[in-house]
Design a protein around this ligand. Structure first.
Ligand code: CP
Ligand code: NVA
Length: 306
């Protein structure tokens, strides 16, 4: 494992290693046991989009591991004025030990990895959000025990979250069911690949237009915003089209009675999810957000550690 660009590029063993280190870091942090595995190391964090969780959890994680993180907004660095990815990656590789990047095109993240000489971590693109899904599935593991054979339902937009969930669930043997409106489906290549991987891990991938079908008997119900970063102009149309996909009491009642609710956040309450679900005992959103910190510390220790 040299980079974290997509969960599809990880082996099941890589994910298991990340999860066992995550559990150790989480437990040790709670018990006051420090790990300064990244002393003297620096992470450059490039952001072309807004962030609360990703920025704070990476920066805090780097600090806790004895390293340092530099926040770089593309509004302020030369990349935003037209300096190439190739030159930026080459230069940063001479200063820092790793790059985390949040941007639009997945190909830009891949280019950073090929043109630079240091590990690159995908902090969200229009296509994928792998760090989030690793934290999500670690959260499911904590709450639901062994992952194999569980059913995860994703309802809403076939976006970066849905695509990465397809990658992650199929790799770990979780049965995944995705319901989106017509025209807002997941990436076709990712669906096709997830089906192949699911076949190997003995799980299933179901793609439907019907939210009740997806949620039926699910152990985990997941949704995300209907308007991702960069889609603001489509907002009014999207809010109308996605309304039947709202996770509310009625839809959630189709899931198993002990189902958990996940959302990567930020949530738009009253749109993709109602308060009575996101604030209910089923909701584990803050555990999920917390786990970003622990999972990413594990990822950084593996990629940037000696
Ligand atoms: N879930 C997530 O990535 O949140 P931020 O956009 O706040 O980083
Ligand atoms: N789908 C959302 C995820 C935010 C963490 C977006 O891309 O804006």
């Amino acid at each position: 494992m040299k980079h974290l660009l997509s969960i599809a590029k990880l082996d099941t063993k890589d994910i298991e290693d990340i999860f066992s280190l995550t559990a150790k870091f989480k437990n040790d942090l709670k018990n006051g046991i420090p790990h300064r595995l990244l002393e003297g190391k620096t992470l450059a964090m490039i952001f072309s989009k807004s962030s609360t969780r990703t920025r704070v959890s990476f920066e805090t994680g780097m600090y806790q591991l004895g390293g340092h993180a530099i926040f770089l907004s593309t509004a302020e660095i030369q990349l935003g004025r037209g300096e190439s990815v190739r030159d930026t990656a080459g230069v940063l590789s001479r200063y820092v030990d790793g790059i985390m990047i949040r941007t639009y095109r997945q190909s830009d993240v891949e280019d950073f990895a090929s043109f630079g000489s240091i590990p690159v971590i995908n902090g969200l693109t229009d296509l994928l959000h792998p760090c989030q899904v690793l934290a999500d599935l670690f959260t499911v593991l904590e709450h639901k025990g062994p992952l194999k054979g569980l059913k995860l339902a994703y309802v809403g937009d076939g976006n970066n979250m849905a695509n990465s969930l397809l990658n992650g669930c199929s790799k770990l043997g979780i049965n995944v069911s995705v319901a989106t409106p017509r025209g807002y489906e997941c990436d076709e290549t990712i669906v096709a690949n997830a089906k192949i991987i699911a076949h190997e891990t003995g799980s299933t991938v179901n793609i439907t237009l019907d939210p009740s079908e997806a949620v039926k008997d699910a152990d985990v119900v997941y949704t995300d915003t209907w308007v991702s970063m960069g889609q603001e102009k489509e907002k009014s149309q999207r809010l109308r089209i996605f309304l039947p996909y709202q996770v509310n009491k009625k839809l959630f009642s189709e899931a198993k009675s002990d189902a958990i609710f996940l959302h990567c956040l930020p949530a738009y309450r009253g749109c993709e999810v109602t308060d009575d679900i996101i604030d209910s005992p089923h909701s584990v959103i803050f555990d999920e957000a917390e786990n970003r910190l622990h999972v990413q510390k594990a990822i950084m220790a593996i990629l940037l550690g000696a």
